[in-house]
Design a binder for this molecule. Structure first.
Ligand SMILES: [Mn+2]
Length: 315
């Protein structure tokens, strides 16, 4: 693909210098990922526009350290979902990569969770040469199906497997060929609904899973601390991908596939405000917001709160 060549000359050394990481909370470029074709219910594609209408940037503009809107990437329609998704993810990856040339970190608001393939392929490329990418995946599901194991065939059930190098070649080979994540640099938090084939793949690869039971037993703060230590080890930086269905449906009703008994929204905001001060944080993604299922904009407000907490605005 042509744009591989354009990506390569820009490898920056700022990711591995301590001086560049001195400030506590750093600027973020926020990008909309208006994609819905990765799910059977495609209405998550309206997520980014609804967040804007609910005052996303108006709220974050108060942030003193510089939050900017990087624009929205919109999906193509086409008969072949994998092809259309690959085209979308390719454009998103490119936008994320470009944003990381001018900003130390990015935020992505979805969209169904298939956008993660684009987001983290772009971040991976931006730090290529500095070291591997760590990723905390907060989700009620494992998102680790392949086309062979998925009962629904929906791509939003496959993004983590794709990033680990398992899935359709058009999606695993974005940017550069090969896996964008190594299993030892990834962990999941909040899992409580999955199929045996996904669990088997993650177990075979050796991916760390902190399930919802562990979150309940130890508290989210402690699990996040463990996850942070894990994704920092031998990496050039780390990201956080949040599927809103990880959160309890009472706090986040407007999601694609709700699962009961999840993470408390307030606890997650608390943890993200701590993560936001970490110099190694390269990006935050929040996916699966379905505005049509929201109740009194509760989910939209929570998404804005989570981003605000990460960039240093509380309450
Ligand atoms: Mn997900």
């Amino acid at each position: 693909m042509l744009w591989h060549r354009a990506w390569e000359p820009h490898i920056s050394s700022r990711f591995d210098t301590g001086a560049a990481r001195a400030s506590t909370i750093r600027p973020m470029s926020i990008i909309g990922a208006a994609v819905g074709i990765g799910a059977q219910d495609t209405r998550c594609r309206q997520g980014p526009d609804r967040l804007q209408a609910c005052g996303l940037m108006a709220r974050l503009a108060d942030e003193p350290h510089g939050v900017s809107w990087g624009g929205t990437v919109r999906e193509d329609t086409g008969v072949d979902v994998v092809y259309a998704s690959a085209r979308f993810c390719e454009r998103l990856a490119r936008k994320v990569y470009d944003a990381l040339q001018d900003n130390p970190r990015i935020g992505v608001v979805g969209g169904d969770h298939s956008c993660a393939i684009g987001t983290w392929s772009g971040v991976h490329q931006a730090i290529a040469g500095s070291g591997p990418l760590g990723l905390i995946w907060i989700d009620a599901h494992m998102d680790s199906h392949t086309p062979d194991t998925s009962p629904s065939g929906a791509l939003h059930g496959m993004p983590l497997a794709c990033l680990l190098g398992h899935g359709p070649g058009a999606l695993t080979g974005l940017g550069v060929s090969g896996p964008k994540l190594a299993p030892q640099h990834v962990c999941l938090i909040g899992v409580r609904s999955f199929e045996p084939a996904e669990a088997a793949l993650l177990q075979k690869l050796g991916v760390r899973v902190f399930d919802m039971d562990q979150v309940r037993r130890h508290g989210l703060a402690r699990v996040m601390d463990d996850a942070l230590a894990y994704v920092q080890k031998n990496t050039a930086g780390f990201g956080i991908s949040i599927d809103l269905d990880a959160i309890d449906p009472h706090d986040a009703p407007g999601v694609g596939s709700p699962v009961s008994a999840g993470i408390c929204g307030k606890d997650l905001a608390e943890s993200l405000s701590k993560m936001g001060r970490h110099p190694g944080l390269l990006g935050l993604e929040i996916a699966e917001f379905n505005p049509d299922k929201d109740v009194n904009n509760r989910t939209a407000k929570l998404v804005i709160d989570l981003l605000a907490a990460t960039v240093g605005l509380r309450g």
